[in-house]
Each structure stands twice: as C-alpha cells, then as structure tokens.
Design a binder for this molecule. Structure first.
Ligand SMILES: C[S@@+](CC[C@H](N)C(=O)[O-])C[C@H]1O[C@@H](n2cnc3c(N)ncnc32)[C@H](O)[C@@H]1O
Length: 265
C-alpha cells in the first residue's frame, strides 16, 4: 500500500471522514495544504503527526469539510424559490417540509425559515425545515444561531429586526420564531438513507462539489426518493445534474438550478 493510501485509511478511522467516497484529488489537495501549514514534507511524516496530534485531527477535519456559507447565498435563487416554489407548495396545502442538506453553520436553513415566515405572514402554515450536516461542530453553531452583523449583509433592516435579537456582546441571535421551525441533526449524505421523507423541497447547495460521480448519482436518487410528487430540488449555482440523473428531475428555473421531481412514468 502506498503512503497516501495508508494515510487515507487512518483518516477514515481516526478523523471519521470516508475519504474513499470523495475525489482523490480533492483529498490530496486538502492534505497537502495541511502538510504545508504543519511543516510536514511527506505523507509518511504527516501520517505520524496526525496520529499523535489531536488538534491536527480537528484541523484536517475542518479542512476536508469546508463550511463556507452565508444567509441568502445567491439571493436570486431564494427570490425564485419565494416566487415559484412557495406559492405552488403552500397555495392549497398550508404545509411545507424542507430538507437543507449540508447546512454548515445554519445560514441556509434560517434563510429558508425567513422565506417561509415572510410567506406565512398572510396566513398560518405548518413548516418544518430539516437541516443536516456531517460536521457536529458546525451543527452546534447552527443550533446556537448567533452571528456577527457582517453575516447579515444580505438581509434587510426589517428582516434583522423581525428575526434577530441584538445581544449585549453585539452579536445577533436568531429568534425562536425561526428556531422553532428548524431541526438540526447529524447526517452523512453518503449513508444512503435520507434524513426525512415526503419532502416538498430538498436544498443541497455547494456540497456535491466534493463528491465523485457515483456519489452524485446516488445522491440525486436519494433526493428523488425523499421528495413527494410535485417536490423540488435546489442545487448550488456551480453544481449540475449528471446525465444519468436528468430523467429524475425537470428544470423549473435552469439559471437558479431549481428542478421539479419528474412524474413517475
Ligand atoms: C460549502 S458548505 C455549504 C453550506 C450551504 N449548503 C451553502 O450552500 O451555503 C458544505 C457543507 O457540506 C458538508 N458536508 C460535506 N460532506 C458531507 C456529507 N457527506 N454529508 C453531509 N454534509 C456534508 C460540510 O460539512 C459543509 O458544512
């Protein structure tokens, strides 16, 4: 077994990331970046260091599951969801179930919660947003729901006042009116099991960029099965459906990467 393969086995075992399910090149780039930072020249040296150093295990895990996110990331996407998806789902039923898969520190899930709450201002609806991630550290931060003012740059003054409380330390905490409709939980998208079923919307944005082709295909099937008939799938702006998965979804807004679940043939 070569040094990189042996290092990968150790990462799977002690860091808890299934490296074999990601593109090899992706893992290699992240590991090389950690090697540069920690001053290790070979995979073998870095391997030994990783086994002994608990801080490095955490740093590598963070490097492998980059958690960059923001409220209303790509605002046009959320505008299109507000204009096309919500009226369709909530028009008659007054109930919505959303799965925000790979939610990082919570901004995406709370953005959907704001969108739904704004829509609900006219009439009460029953809403649940299942927000999941593989990284327990970001999930704790998401549950806490405390953000710097900089993180709220895509929100209007009115939305900030309505949905956040300014704390004494100058940070903004998400109000219970949003927290009560978002359920954060740990979930590995590679587990093959959905975090919820009978969904109206699955939003999995900027997550599959780290996945290999088989993983992307399996994930599209998983989302298809988790959605109700008439449900929607939202991808990240730079993500795309593989040709094999194109039959599962029909474009609703190709620019904003919003798809509808194709009817069963
Ligand atoms: C770049 S963030 C995207 C956050 C948010 N969806 C957005 O678009 O702003 C990617 C997230 O995917 C999560 N992730 C990576 N692999 C995952 C997996 N196998 N299962 C669940 N989450 C995963 C990471 O932990 C990270 O929080």
């Amino acid at each position: 077994m070569d040094d990189f393969t042996s290092l990968n086995r150790t990462i799977e075992r002690i860091v808890g990331i299934r490296t074999s399910q990601y593109k090899e090149d992706y893992i290699k780039r992240r590991v090389l970046s950690r090697m540069r930072i920690s001053g290790k020249e070979t995979f073998e040296d870095y391997h030994r260091f990783l086994i002994l150093d608990n801080g490095e295990k955490e740093s590598l895990k963070n490097a492998l599951t980059i958690n960059v996110t923001e409220f209303f990331r790509d605002p046009d996407v959320f505008r299109a969801v507000g204009q096309k998806v919500l009226p369709d789902v909530l028009g008659t039923r007054k109930k919505i179930r959303i799965w925000c898969a790979g939610c990082a520190t919570g901004e995406e899930a709370y953005s959907y919660a704001i969108l739904v709450r704004e829509y609900m201002r006219m009439s009460p609806v029953d809403a649940t947003i299942y927000a999941t991630d593989i990284d327990r550290v970001v999930l704790d931060r998401a549950r806490e729901g405390v953000y710097d003012i900089k993180a709220l740059k895509n929100l209007t003054e009115q939305q900030i006042r309505r949905y956040f409380t300014l704390r004494e330390d100058g940070k903004y905490e998400v109000k219970p009116t949003l927290k009560e409709i978002v359920r954060f939980s740990h979930h590995d998208l590679m587990s093959g099991v959905p975090a919820a079923r009978f969904l109206d919307l699955v939003s999995c944005r900027n997550v599959t960029i780290y996945f290999n082709e088989k993983q992307k295909k399996d994930l599209a099937t998983l989302f298809y099965e988790a959605l109700s008939q008439g449900g929607y799938y939202v991808m990240g702006k730079t993500e795309y459906l593989l040709r094999e998965s194109e039959g599962l979804f029909t474009p609703v807004d190709s620019m904003q990467k919003i798809y509808g679940k194709s009817p069963v043939q």
